[in-house]
Ligand binder design. Structure first.
Ligand SMILES: Nc1ncnc2c1ncn2[C@@H]1O[C@H](COP(=O)(O)OP(=O)(O)OP(=O)(O)O)[C@@H](O)[C@H]1O
Length: 290
């Protein structure tokens, strides 16, 4: 499967939500990473056809999605950022209903619903009303509905909202298994959701593509720019003000600051291995303001 975004732009009044976004996606997991308002949801909404772009083209296997019509919908699975459910439906009724909307044959749909509910650990609540579920459970129902039609392109907008750490791990494993021979586009600002499973990371800032690369290459690009600096209460305020800090750890009197800096930020600074959180802060972060 191959998807090409070509110079997509979308403006609200005189502000670009997305500007000349171009990217090529082959099979694999793509993490769409950006700060609040970067344009992630706008890009996804344009991709799935909820929004019209002002300019640009999206090609699937070389064909403009606008010419694919209903066939395009059979290729995609989509979890919106804030999914709305029919809360009076039971989980199983809702998912069977989604199978009907997706024109999945009854025998196949029932089997698929059962299989996916078991994978996301929701079999026990299949007969419960969606209104009675926790936020994390509801999110998992949303993930299941996106995967019902075995989509060749799975698009997930902030899929791990409300999931606890164990559910997050299950989610990552599920997506990794599912991604073979498919495209998964996963928007998040939770770096760890993306760090472990994405083959490629798309960094979006202020509506523009900043970088597209493997997590490893992005992390390597930061080599030599991540440091640990030891601070004390007396020096902390000045350092917080001056440095770009990605983490802070207090151990008794000492405070260890993880600092992103082109040059050595302090005489006692020690270089450490970069990670994707550091990359995020490097491209999107501001100096500590509080
Ligand atoms: N309907 C709208 N009317 C006006 N401006 C909008 C509208 N929808 C989005 N925007 C603006 O477009 C920009 C991109 O928004 P978008 O929701 O795509 O960002 P995002 O990366 O998904 O952010 P978040 O992580 O907060 O969900 C923002 O500046 C936002 O305020």
């Amino acid at each position: 499967m191959k998807v090409t975004f070509s110079e997509i732009s979308k403006k609200y009044k005189d502000k670009y939500a997305l500007q000349d976004f171009s990217a090529q996606l082959d099979n694999g997991i793509y993490g769409l990473l950006g700060n609040n308002g970067a344009g992630k949801t706008t890009l996804i909404n344009i991709f799935v056809g909820i929004l019209k772009s002002d300019k640009g083209q999206i090609l699937v296997e070389g064909v403009d999605v606008r010419n694919l019509g209903v066939h395009f919908l059979s290729l995609i699975g989509y979890l919106p950022q804030s999914p709305h459910f029919y809360k009076n439906f039971t989980v199983i009724d809702f998912l069977n209903y989604m199978c009907v909307l997706k024109a999945i044959p009854k025998w196949h749909g029932e089997r698929r619903v059962k299989e996916l509910l078991s994978i996301v650990n929701l079999s026990a609540v299949a007969g419960k009303k969606i209104s009675s579920l926790s936020g994390g459970m509801r999110q998992r129902v949303g993930i299941v509905q996106a995967m019902l039609n075995d989509p060749a392109i799975l698009i997930l907008d902030e899929p791990t909202v409300g999931l606890d750490p164990q559910e997050r791990i299950r989610f990552r494993n599920l997506i990794t298994k599912f991604s073979e021979n498919r495209i998964v586009l996963l928007a998040s600002h939770i770096v760890s959701d993306i760090e472990f499973i994405a083959n490629q990371v798309i960094l979006l800032k202020d509506g523009r593509l900043l970088k597209q690369d493997t997590p490893q290459a992005l992390v390597e690009g930061l080599a030599g720019k991540v440091w640990t600096v030891t601070a004390t209460d007396a020096t902390l305020d000045e350092q917080l003000h001056r440095l770009k800090i990605s983490n802070m750890l207090r151990e008794r009197e000492e405070i260890y600051l993880r600092v992103i800096s082109e040059g050595k930020p302090h005489v006692n600074a020690v270089k450490v291995q970069a990670n994707l959180e550091d990359v995020f802060l490097f491209y999107f972060g501001e100096r500590e303001q509080w």
